[in-house]
Write a protein that binds this ligand. Structure first.
Ligand code: ADP
Ligand code: ADP
Ligand code: MG
Length: 458
């Protein structure tokens, strides 16, 4: 069993991983940048090492610095959290080479799946239905035009190394292709250091459904049901829930089976998420695999009673999965809201600053994962997530009511947040029915913001 783990991350996920380690009797070492001296993950740490300046490249992406910190503090493993180095195959390799355990999939799996065009090809060969599009990376405008002509517009140009909702460009007609492909390549090179771009049909009015999987080193793999992450802005998730109220048990079963098939095809190890797009026709397509713990993993934890970080650590230690597929029971309904320090009425501009007063909701069946406190400073260096609010309900209606109540209790003074927007969303008819797609928030943004500002001015 692992004895001491370095947590190569910050914010709520660093604390979330530390909590599980403590419960397992595993020692932890935190790392922090000079901008995070007062951050909660630094303050709560039993042991913490400063690894560089505020810029991520100097600290949370500083591979030699992090490895050095792990070795000098006597750690035997590294947990990367999400974001930063979590999906770096190179970092996983370097961790192994340093004689440490990387808590995540094998480096070659990360590499194979982190290249989205490659993952798409792999899954297509494994028999999964992928979104119609180019077989691999686009090699010319002519190829892009001919594929698009065949599958029909609109199409999406996607950066093969993209992530976090970035690196996608919609093309509505052939005339836009040449210029679009050029810009997509340029932006991909700039944003992700890889100009590879592939093409997919843009599925209109889809749902984003994803399946959590767990695979151990003994060849066992299980799936823990779906999460509906269709409430998005700019292709980034805002609210996630499980189960999805619109799909049949048959479709749910098919999605689960497809996710396991995907995991097997990639020789998967650890916790992962297989993302699918569900078209209004009822057909679903493989989209990508996230080879890490995800932001929205608590939704699944609440429904299954499984601690996914604990499972990650156990799997990395060579243990068998804690349960079989038949033992997986999903109970009730869970919803997560991502609360960001941002200003919805100013184009969602990040809103750094000091949080003067911070009050978190609590009570029955409520979980909050956060790294903020009254008086803390939100610096502009990192992402704007300030808390994840997760509620469990006996039914979907119960969960929605509980989430509304929690958002009412939430106090964040000093910075702008999206709390008002999340709140009004939970009163929308389509949201109450569960009948929303990935375009819903943006299509209704003007109206939603109007309601949100009315609520806040009272
Ligand atoms: P999830 O898929 O769990 O919802 P997100 O897509 O929101 O998570 O990403 C989790 C974190 O990882 C965010 O901080 C996001 O900005 C970051 N992220 C994910 N993929 C990439 C990438 N390829 N490049 C940069 N940041 C990324
Ligand atoms: P990322 O790596 O940034 O998470 P994904 O490929 O998972 O990128 O796509 C992010 C989001 O973009 C999806 O949740 C979905 O809303 C939208 N999207 C991606 N591909 C398509 C597509 N072919 N058709 C429609 N929407 C898509
Ligand atoms: Mg994705």
């Amino acid at each position: 069993m692992l004895k001491k783990i370095l947590i190569a991350n910050r914010g709520e996920i660093a604390i979330r991983v530390m909590r599980t380690c403590r419960e397992m009797g595993i020692e932890t070492v935190m790392v922090f940048s000079t901008a995070d001296r007062e951050a909660l993950h630094t303050q709560l740490a039993a042991e913490a090492v400063c690894i560089g300046g505020p810029r991520p490249e100097a600290s949370y992406l500083n591979m030699p610095g992090i490895l050095q910190a792990a070795l000098s503090t006597g750690c035997d493993a590294i947990h990367p959290g999400y974001g930063f180095l979590a999906e770096s195959a190179e970092f996983a390799e370097l961790t192994d080479a340093a004689g440490l355990t990387f808590i995540g999939p094998r480096a070659e799996t990360i590499r194979q799946l982190g290249d989205k065009a490659n993952a798409r090809q792999l899954m297509s060969e494994a028999g999964l239905q992928t979104i119609p599009g180019s077989p691999g990376l686009l090699s010319s405008v002519e190829e892009a035009l001919s594929v698009a002509d065949e599958i029909g517009y609109p199409v999406l140009l996607k950066a093969t190394a993209g992530g976090g909702g970035r690196g996608m460009r919609r093309i509505d007609k052939p005339e836009e292709m040449e210029e679009g492909l050029q810009s997509a390549r340029r932006e991909a090179k700039l944003g992700f250091g890889d100009e590879g771009v592939y093409l997919e049909k843009l599925i209109l009015n889809p749902k984003h459904l994803e399946i959590q999987i767990l695979a151990d080193s003994h060849g066992e793999i299980i799936q823990l049901g779906e999460r509906d992450c269709s409430l998005q802005r700019k292709r980034q998730k805002m609210i996630e829930e499980s189960p999805c109220s619109l799909i049949s048990d048959d479709l749910r079963h098919q999605l689960g089976e497809a996710a396991i098939q995907a995991g097997r095809a990639a020789n998967y190890l650890g916790a992962g998420t297989v993302e699918f797009i569900l078209a209004p026709t009822g057909e679903f397509y493989f989209m990508e695999v996230n080879t890490r713990i995800q932001v929205e993993h608590p939704v699944t934890e609440v429904l299954t009673g499984l601690d996914l970080v604990r499972e990650q650590i156990r799997i990395a230690s060579g243990a068998k999965l804690a349960m079989t597929q038949a033992e997986v029971k999903l109970r009730g309904h869970a919803i997560e809201c991502r609360i960001n320090a941002e200003s919805p009425t100013n184009g969602f501009r990040p809103s750094p600053g000091r949080i003067e007063q911070f009050n978190l909701p609590g009570g029955f069946s409520v979980r909050v994962d956060s790294a903020m406190y009254s008086g803390c400073e939100i610096t502009p260096h990192y992402d704007s997530l300030i808390a994840k609010l997760i509620v469990h309900g006996s039914s979907r209606r119960d969960a929605i009511r509980r989430m509304r109540r929690c958002l009412e209790e939430m106090i964040v003074d000093g910075v702008d947040t999206n709390v008002g927007l999340l709140y009004v969303l939970l009163f929308e008819n389509d949201v109450i029915r569960g009948d929303y797609d990935t375009d819903y928030v943006e299509d209704n943004m003007e109206q939603l913001l109007k309601y949100a500002s009315l609520m806040e001015s009272e």
